[in-house]
Design a protein around this ligand. Sequence first.
Ligand code: 1GP
Length: 247
Amino acid sequence: MNTYQTLLDIRKKRGAGYLVLIDPDKKPMNQLIALARTCEEQGVDGLLIGGSLLFSTEFDRFVGEVKKAVSIPVILFPGSGRQVSGHADAIFFMTLISGRNPHYLIGEQVHTAPVVRSLKLEAIPTGYMLVESGKTTAAEFMSDSKPIPRHKPEIAVAHAMAGELLGLRLLYLEAGSGADQSVPESMIKAVTTSVGIPVIVGGGIREPEAARQKVLSGASFVVTGTVMEDQDNHARLGDFAAAIHAG
Ligand code: 1GP
């Protein structure tokens, strides 16, 4: 079964899936590998690896080590074409459809596609939609693109529909890592009732209850990143997983 199918399966069996984003720059490698293991033990459904920037020069080795440590899917969530590794199960092959910066709509993908092909990586075509979240996030700054106004769900819906009509297989509603405010539930509802493809929601989610609300609004997958960079929060991984699966 390919990774996309595995994700659909998780959604079917559990109602929604919990994905944890691991940024290779945020901690020493051994600590992040330990986090990956704990994620699997605590019921996390998959790991995303990536970040807006990349300082580490050991990305490929890092992905290999994570892959060796867990049996849940390891999916690349690249901020740029430098974040590609053949050790991963798949890559979210993303296009920043909320923006009008051609570099992140198609430019970076043109540089990356030949590498993805050579590595025989499973590419999951994903529409990435940045949503206004209170302050300028790294994703917004680095992509030089305007986020969708948070109180304009109809704008998000039109983008989501366009993404689906263009053949994308996933949509990622993103407030940005460390966002002040997560994607509003009204926007998640509007988008998920307008398209048939699974919708991932991430950015600024710090509590299990907030994660559950995203699922109740229609999210198929919820992502947390920053909250698990604090070792003290690792004990809450199971609470997040339970809240998301119960939602
Ligand atoms: C960022 O959506 C992810 O791309 C996770 O965001 O770090 O705020 O949890 P946080």
